[in-house]
Design a protein around this ligand. Structure first.
Ligand code: GLC
Length: 624
């Protein structure tokens, strides 16, 4: 009989170099390094010993199927528990809805105990070991996690790595003057160093939380607060912070979390004279955390939230010495930005250029989380260099996109709200739901039938894009029925300052039920289309994330295409980002590896026997 301890030793042996190789580089010179590594080994052993048997079985299953998260039958849905289902128990009643839509992965937006009042949507965490009492209890959480597991739905939960709420136990002790806990954060006796750091830092929330430091009068110190003043940045240069967070991570994994979404990881390491984002040490820390999970909770994987420029993003999925050993998943925010950019400009040259230039065709042991909308604003991560490569001005294009999606630009179909205007950089971000930004709100208000059709097509184009590109497509709650902007946030004093709440509506269950029942409405058409896309995706072997995604030229500005190069059944995905009819040559499809001229999405032939393939407005084809 193999014992549990033997299995742990095997796992430790496999992960040892990945874990301690990184930690040694980060902390090896400290006097307490030996003490730290001993404590860490204890944490790993203890967490493993406490890991429930059914999760250990899952560990084994995923050892045998390491590509479980890359398969085309994985499709995600992201929601606030309260806004979707009231509370955790309520989620159990919604599982049929999720399964009906084709969902096999859910992300509960922040559900750990936040500070009271404004908590940045739950990203200001007071206690990582407790569930937000408004949503339920830890035993209820475990029950829901088990129910999801039984259905084959994996569960993603946020773990904020960069900061805690100032009400967190550690922060409270720090505020009382306990030196050990003051060293968990970044505190300064006067503003000399903060002012030096500020010279190269950017402001994340320039409107309502300008600057990166907050003065704490009670202790007479300046505290590093990148985001809001109530979010205190952790000091990851202190190994004991690593230890605490590793222990929490394994605690959550042992409760049944499959995917840990590590929030705001780019900011974890500070270096004078830099933007303090994506420093090399961030990747060492993430590599070490991944190794710790692989040792003591191997079924759990990591999703890195780093909303950064295209060049900066790929390392979060592991490159160089971290290849295959860092994030399993990371948000593909460039794909998202390029979708919106192409829709507004009716041009796809920039999209083709950016996706081809900065992203490898295949990733080892990792894949993207693809999405069109999420709970955050859209920042126009188009670099001046990429714009210039196509003869476009970066600042002018970014400003055009903001104006277009705010709705002010002449002819714009969109309705959105500005988020955080940075006077210094001219940066303006955008909030709004998928449907409102894609034109549904304006068209419904105007009673414009063609406009409604166009908006629905844009939404389904987006869903088809993220379902085929490679990675886990994440549908943000309500985007399967076209929920519109919710302006009610302006009346809530905790939310009024933050326009991101405009796209965090409550689920409209009447609309959802009617949509499921197939009533004739925009919501029903979007629902049916989304469900169809996910069902077809699950059946397409070429959409396994392990197969290369190769961007191909369409030679038409307005069309975008890529191949999914599976040896057995390759696919050629083609999208028309304009509201006009287009066509493309049959020979183009042949040259790009497609013989049948059969559309795997509509499940029908595309050719009428002529030498052109007709492309209606916003067409999306998955040619086989
Ligand atoms: C991430 C979250 C965002 C939050 C920030 C600070 O970017 O997605 O909602 O405001 O981190 O925690």
């Amino acid at each position: 009989m193999t014992s549990d301890a033997q299995i742990f030793d095997l796992r430790l042996a496999r992960g040892h170099e990945d874990l301690f190789g990184q930690l040694e580089k980060l902390y090896g010179r400290r006097k307490d390094y030996g003490q730290f590594t001993k404590a860490l080994l204890d944490v790993l052993r203890r967490s493993w010993a406490e890991r429930p048997d059914d999760l250990k079985l899952l560990d084994l299953r995923r050892d045998l199927e390491p590509d479980w998260f890359q398969r085309p039958d994985r499709a995600g849905y992201v929601f606030y528990v309260d806004r979707f289902a009231g509370d955790l128990k309520g989620v159990l009643d919604k599982l049929d809805y999720l399964s009906d839509l084709g969902i096999t992965y859910v992300h509960f937006m922040p559900c750990l105990k936040p500070r009271k009042g404004d908590s940045d949507g739950g990203y200001s965490v007071q206690d990582y070991r407790a569930i937000d009492p408004r949503l339920g209890t830890m035993p209820e959480f475990e029950e829901v996690a088990a129910a999801l597991r039984a259905r084959g739905i994996s569960l993603c939960v946020d773990m904020v790595l960069n900061h805690t709420a100032k009400e967190h136990e550690w922060a409270r002790k720090a505020a009382k003057g306990v030196a050990k806990y003051q060293d968990y954060y970044l505190m300064f006796d006067d503003d000399t160093l903060p002012r030096q750091y500020e010279k190269t830092l950017v402001e994340v929330f320039p409107d309502n939380a300008p600057g990166n430091f907050t003065y704490q009068a009670a202790i007479g110190k300046w505290v590093w607060t990148t985001f809001n003043t109530h979010q205190w940045d952790l000091n990851w240069a202190n190994p004991w912070v690593f230890l605490e967070m590793a222990e929490i991570m394994l605690f959550l994994a042992n409760k049944g979390v499959d995917v840990l979404r590590f929030d705001a990881v780019a900011f974890m390491w500070k270096r004078m004279g830099t933007r303090c984002q994506s420093e090399p040490e961030v990747h060492m820390l993430l590599h070490a955390l991944r190794a710790a999970s692989r040792i003591a909770a191997p079924a759990a994987i990591h999703l890195e939230e780093a909303i950064v420029g295209p060049q900066e993003m790929i390392p979060y999925l592991g490159s160089g010495e971290h290849s295959g050993a860092e994030g399993n998943l990371a948000y593909h925010n460039s794909l998202m930005v390029q979708y919106w950019s192409a829709l507004a400009s009716r041009e796809t040259r920039l999209m083709t250029h950016v996706l081809r230039t900065h992203f490898p065709t295949v990733l080892p042991n990792a894949t993207y989380a693809t999405y069109i909308r999420c709970h955050d604003d859209i920042g126009w991560a188009v670099t001046d260099e990429d714009a210039a490569a196509l003869g476009i001005s970066g600042p002018a294009h970014r400003s055009f996109l903001s104006n277009f999606y705010e709705g002010g630009f002449p002819g714009s179909f969109a309705r959105g709200e500005l988020f955080q205007i940075n006077e210094e950089t001219g940066d303006k971000r955008i909030s709004g739901t998928f449907a409102s930004l894609a034109g549904l709100e304006k068209a419904l208000e105007a009673g414009d039938e063609t406009g409604i059709d166009r908006a629905i097509d844009r939404i389904l184009l987006g869903h088809a894009l993220i379902a085929s590109y490679g990675g886990i497509p994440l549908i943000y709650m309500g985007d399967e029925i076209g929920l519109l902007n919710d302006y009610g946030y302006r009346d809530n004093p905790d939310h009024a300052h933050d326009s991101r709440w405009v796209h965090r509506p409550h689920m409209d269950w009447d609309a959802a039920r009617a949509a499921q029942a197939g009533h004739d409405s925009p919501a029903a058409r979007i629902y049916a289309g989304t469900q169809h896309i996910l069902a077809r995706r699950a059946a397409m072997r070429a959409f396994h994330a392990g197969y290369p995604t190769v961007i191909v030229d369409t030679w038409q500005n307005g069309l975008f295409a890529f191949q999914r190069q599976s040896p057995a059944q390759p696919a050629l995905c083609l999208f028309n980002f304009t509201e006009s009819w287009r066509s493309i040559g049959v020979d183009w499809a042949h040259v790009n590896g497609v013989q049948l001229l059969y559309d795997g999405l509509s499940d029908a032939p595309v050719s009428d026997g002529s030498d052109r393939i007709a492309l209606p407005p916003y067409a999306r084809l998955w040619l086989l």
